[in-house]
Design a protein. Structure first.
Length: 466
């Protein structure tokens, strides 16, 4: 009888090979290809079905309607709330506030007289209680448990019968029936598959916390993200209080929404209007500032760009940025010098955003260029003005997406003037008709600077609105 050939399988994506390799040929992951033995020759035969197939029009959808979590910013990202039986994977860097957010979610859910089970494999119940006291998240319908064994987790579910399950985190839970340590590829896959099966069979919305690797991706097998229904990323800079919640995958809602939260000593608080975090208030007019409107998913956010230009004796002037793309900043400086006649070769140029905002989309180019020109000529840009537009190498100002939506948000927050690309204003007729907002369309960067009285040879700017 012929001997069965040995095969090797990638534990991340399932790719197979007839010989061992150090790197998977499909997902390019190192050290995940293991020997699995010969290929199975048995063929699956038809068996009895658990539920008969029915026409799609006869399927009842009322039992699968989403239920609000009690936190509007989370519901915005989820697409309305938790869907019964849905499994949500929440990932984020250590210390970003994942456990604090989920404890608040569990408390809000419990306040609706719904039994909630919070299981932690990283903290004791006493430690969780201390944090709950600080954030006022104590409720009789919220049950706590500290377990690291999958069998014990299932026993708690059978005993408490929760309507919401939170597990922090999936990498700390292990199964005694599977080889390997908790957090390993095999263990994570087994724990996640078992909990997903329980969630689906009992219609329990479940939230799993996932660790991230050094490059920011979710630790564990890639199949984990495919098994769950929703994948959320919780982001934030350690030096700022703002936290952003994004949906990377969502079977029940959009993936271009974000939720904003403020992390403080008293816990985590949702921020329905985070614009004030990215815009500073000056008692006196200051040169070198300009405000733009950036899009985070579907949400427009106002952000302020500040610049400082200082003469230097160094042969190589410094160029420093914070919150802006340094390569794009270098391009804007070149355009200002070549197309607008602004001399910056003997000056250090610093540019930064306010409140830790990160502006990566090209729509912030025009505001950045105006801020630098304002700082270089020591002129003041009106505080009630926003600038939107992408700057090209020829000095032209190009259109940006969602122009009308951005301008309406600026008008709602009290801004009265806007400088936008002419082709964008022509392509979006409603952009010129925003109530209370005077819109000026320009063709190029030089025209925008002339409109503001900012440019080479200009020493001051007089606000013509007074």
């Amino acid at each position: 009888m012929a001997r069965s050939a040995t095969t090797f399988r990638c534990s991340e994506c399932g790719w197979t090979s007839t010989k061992w390799v150090g790197r998977c040929g499909e997902c390019q992951t190192w050290g995940t290809v293991d020997e699995t033995g010969g290929p199975a020759t048995a063929r699956t035969t038809p068996t009895s079905v658990t539920r008969a197939a029915r026409p799609i029009g006869q399927i009842d959808v009322e039992s699968s309607r989403s239920r609000p979590s009690g936190i509007a910013e989370l519901d915005r990202v989820l697409g309305g709330g938790f869907v019964p039986g849905a499994v949500v994977l929440l990932a984020g860097e250590p210390g970003v506030g994942k456990s604090t957010l989920l404890l608040e979610v569990a408390a809000r859910w419990a306040r609706g007289l719904a039994t909630t089970l919070y299981i932690s494999g990283e903290e004791s119940t006493a430690q969780i209680r201390l944090r709950a006291d600080r954030t006022r998240a104590v409720h009789d319908s919220l049950y706590l448990a500290s377990e690291t064994d999958l069998g014990a987790v299932l026993a708690h579910i059978d005993e408490v019968k929760p309507s919401l399950l939170v597990l922090d985190s999936v990498q700390t839970i292990g199964s005694s029936s599977i080889d390997g340590v908790p957090g390993g590829v095999t263990q994570v896959r087994e724990v996640a598959s078992t909990l997903i099966q329980v969630a689906k069979s009992r219609n329990i919305p479940t939230v799993l916390v996932g660790h991230v690797t050094k490059d920011g991706s979710i630790a564990g097998p890639r199949v984990l993200e495919h098994l769950v229904d929703v994948v959320l990323q919780f982001e934030g800079d350690r030096n700022t209080r703002l936290r952003l919640l994004r949906a990377v995958k969502n079977r029940f809602g959009p993936v271009d929404e974000i939720g904003c939260f403020d992390l403080s000593e008293e816990g985590i608080v949702e921020v329905p209007d985070p614009t004030g975090l990215f815009v500073s208030r000056h008692h006196q007019p200051v040169a070198g500032t300009c405000i733009t409107v950036t899009m985070e998913g579907r949400r427009p956010l106002l952000a302020e760009v500040q610049s400082l230009v200082s003469a230097t004796e160094l042969p190589q002037p410094r160029r420093a940025t914070s919150g802006l793309d340094s390569s794009r900043m270098a391009m804007i400086l070149a355009v200002l010098s070549r197309r607008c006649g602004l001399v910056l070769g003997r000056s250090d140029v610093y540019a930064a955003t306010v409140g830790g905002a990160r502006l990566s989309e090209p729509s912030a180019d025009l505001a950045t260029a105006i801020a630098v020109a304002s700082a270089a000529t020591d002129t003041i840009v009106p505080s009630d003005l926003v600038a939107l537009g992408e700057v090209g190498l020829a000095g032209e100002v190009r259109r940006v997406t969602h122009l009308g939506h951005r301008l309406r948000e600026a008008a709602r927050l009290g801004f009265r003037r806007a400088i936008v690309p002419r082709d964008g204003a022509d392509a979006t007729p409603d952009a010129r008709k925003v109530p209370g907002l005077s819109v000026v369309a320009v063709d190029d960067l030089a025209g925008a600077l002339r409109e503001l009285g900012v440019g080479a040879g200009t020493s001051h700017y007089t606000d013509r609105s007074h």
